[in-house]
Design a protein around this ligand. Structure first.
Ligand code: IPE
Ligand code: IPE
Ligand code: MG
Length: 263
């Protein structure tokens, strides 16, 4: 990342870390540098309550705020949220329309939260296809948070991992054509840097709500060694306590990265 990450040093931050109840031996490396979340289940949440699906999306947007604050306070460096996939355009027009209005409204409303917490904003996904109203709010949020040094909060919006890989391959191929690099110089860093997430560390923890055991075209390259946590809770019900449970479990994992020795 262009700027050195600075974790928050506030009293809230100290308290939140203490509330996790991790031991001193666990603490180094216990907090994921990067958490990616597939926020799923808004529709089922709404259906279970007899509401329209849009109400589920609105409730999902609200549920996100305490999660962002908690991640920020715990010193998480990057939080990447699956908000709208390239495949979600196949949903009914009314639902897509609702989401494309909710998104800019949310960014406008919550911009101050990012500013107050020294967070940087990032859009991960294709700009083409997004309405201008969404792009304008993305650009304003990018601009007002660009000098911040705290957690990077990325919205994966109009995101698909395969589309991302195609874009990356095309940009690398162009660099080869331009004589900027040789084919044999292409390595993992070349590819990582060419993805929409370029510069972010790979996710250490991938959380999926609403119980589905699949990746739905999310960060396929980046999650090669992420730890997985799937909960049955629908996204609008996902609380800070759910996140703490995932984090405690993560802290107890033995990440071997293909080697024999424990970490
Ligand atoms: C996730 O909730 C939000 C988006 C994909 C935009 P869903 O809308 O997929 O909720 P379910 O899976 O139908 O319950
Ligand atoms: C993944 O959820 C996309 C987001 C959460 C934005 P989906 O609901 O679109 O995934 P599938 O269709 O169950 O695979
Ligand atoms: Mg879903």
């Amino acid at each position: 990342m262009s700027k050195t990450f600075t974790p928050p040093q506030t009293e809230d931050a100290r308290r939140e870390l203490e509330a996790l109840g991790l031991s001193k031996d666990q603490l180094p490396g216990a907090i994921p540098r990067h958490i990616a979340i597939i926020m799923d289940g808004n529709g089922r949440w709404a259906k279970a309550k007899g509401y329209d699906r849009s109400k589920g999306h609105a409730a999902g947007a609200e549920a996100l705020i305490p999660i962002i604050k908690l991640c920020c306070n715990l010193g998480v460096e990057a939080l990447t949220l699956y908000t709208f996939s390239t495949e979600n355009w196949t949903r009914p027009n009314s639902e897509v329309g609702f989401l494309m209005e909710l998104c800019p409204e949310y960014l406008r409303r919550e911009r101050q939260l990012l500013i107050d917490n020294n967070m940087r904003f990032r859009h991960v996904g294709k700009r083409e296809g997004l309405p201008q109203t969404v792009l304008d709010e993305i650009d304003t949020t990018l601009e007002v948070t660009k000098d911040h040094t705290g957690m990077t909060m990325s919205l994966a919006l109009n995101y698909g991992s395969r589309a991302e890989i195609i874009d990356a391959v095309q940009s690398i191929a162009q660099r080869v054509t331009d004589g900027d690099i040789k084919p044999q110089d292409i390595d993992e860093t070349t590819i990582s840097d060419a993805l929409y997430t370029g510069g972010l560390p790979d996710p250490d923890l991938l959380i999926r709500t609403a119980g589905e055991m699949r990746l739905s075209n999310y960060l396929l390259w980046q999650i090669s060694y992420a730890e997985l946590w799937v909960t049955d809770a629908y996204w609008p019900d996902f609380s800070c306590d759910h996140l703490r449970e995932a984090l405690r479990n993560f802290a107890g994992r033995n990440r071997r990265f293909g080697a024999v020795e424990p970490r």
